[in-house]
Structures are given as structure tokens and as C-alpha cells.
Design a protein around this ligand. Sequence first.
Ligand SMILES: [Mn+2]
Length: 300
Amino acid sequence: MVDLIGDIHGHAGALRQLLGKLGYTPHAGVYRHPARQAVFLGDFIDRGPEIRETLAIVRCMIDSGAALGVMGNHELNALAFHTPDPRHPGTYLRPHNESNSRQHAETMRQVPAGDLSSYLDWFRTLPMWLDLGGLRVVHACWDETCMAKIDGPVTDAFLQAACVPGGSLIAPVESLLKGKELPLPPGLSFRDKDGHQRDTTRVKWYEPPDGHTLRTYALASEAIASDAPLPADVVRAAVPYPEDARPVFVGHYWLSGPRPTLLRHNVACLDWSVAKGGFLCAYRWDGEQVLDEERFVWCD
Ligand SMILES: [Mn+2]
């Protein structure tokens, strides 16, 4: 059975503490559990004091079979940031503008170039999602219509299609790794936890949109003060997660609260904002199809 672990973002101290609490101990430098496997939900980098140590712990566990893991949007962004754009020599698939450079600066400062290049090669081996039979794992959103459009390894051509404006894979890859967003009506914007002005909001993609307003369909981490109805095209395009589907685990959403809660009986987000004053969170899964809030494990 498995222990799912949310977004680490360079907090190796919290990771070591959580692994210890879950009964994983280091053997020849690799954290292992005698009877269980860890599953990482992505977003290992770009914040926090110990990005290099986080990468070392996670990669050793995955490469040795002590863990599995999926790609987060930060790993995909880093790949595009460091992959030259073949059409425009001297530029990269993710432009080196100020905000992108700022996003990746801590990773480049903390991880020596040679190591980073090796980790980037390794990021390419991370799957976009995992279907483990009794449970499912993806960084932000389980949407099989998007998955059907994605196949093959993370090559330069894949990165180009997934990251460069106009690319054929942008919409499906962003849905899986960043979730569903909807545009807010003119004049209605808000500041996110990083202080960025946002004119779109992340939504409860797993719920049927019927009966929802902007306020109730937005994820709890984003307070939208509008009871305007959802746009018709958003309602039409929604792919809610079936009530009787296998449990799905996601990260990504920077949730906050005194203790973890489920999004629904078969949907759990394990990102409780360790990199923004919250805590690193795991879920100890033993095959149950109705998830149980008593199975969250976290370190304050
Ligand atoms: Mn993320």
C-alpha cells in the first residue's frame, strides 16, 4: 500500500520529518519503508531552503523503487526554461523574462549546474499521471479527455508543443498540471498568495458545475466575491470527476487550514502550503475507495 506526499518545494527538513513519522528510514542513503511505497505528487523545486536535498531524497527513492512520482508544473516549467528554442537561436522554450527567471532563480542558485542538468534529464522520465488501479495520481486535475491527447516521452518536440504559445499540447498538459481555470468577469480580479493580480480563478473541476456560482465553484483558496452564474462555455466544457470513480490524489492548490480536509470522498489535495507557512502533508492509503480524513499525516 502507499503513502502519498504533497508538494515539497524545497523543504527537505519537513520531508525527512514526515518520512520518519510515516516509518521510512534511510538505508544506504535511501529512505525506505519495509512494507509500503511513497508516491510524490510533483513540485519539488523553486522555493524553500533545501531544493538540492529535496531532489536528492526524491530521486533516490524513485530510482530505487522505494517511491513513485508524477511531474508538477514547476518541473515542466524548468524543463522548458532550460531547453533552447530551435526556431530562435539564443532563446528558450520558456522565455527568460523577469517573472520566469525569478520563478527558477532559487533552484539555479541552490543546485549546481551539472547536477541541475542531470535532474532535468530525470524530470523527463516523470509521468504526467499514474493510474495505480485502486487509485489515481496527477499534479492538478484528472481529465481523461486531456490524457487521450498526450502520449509518448517528454522530448524537445513534446516540450515545444506543451509550452510554446499556440502549441497543440498546451491545453491538455496545462489542465493536468495546473488544473482548470475560468476567466473572471471584467473588473473582478484578486491578489493571489504571491501578490500577483489574477483575472482567472482555479475551480473545483471535480464537481459538476450545475447550480454553482463563481463564488462557490472557485477553489477555497481563492475567495471570489461574486455570485454571478458560471459562463455557459465553462459549464459545457466541464468534465467533473465521477462520484463512483477511483480516488484521485492531487497537489498544486496551496490549500491552507489548521488541518487537512478532503475535497470530496474520492478527491484529496495534499498541497497544504509547506512553502508558504503551512505544512507538508501525506495520506496513508490502504485500498479504501471512500477516503478518510483520519488518514492524513502531517508535520507542523
Ligand atoms: Mn503546482
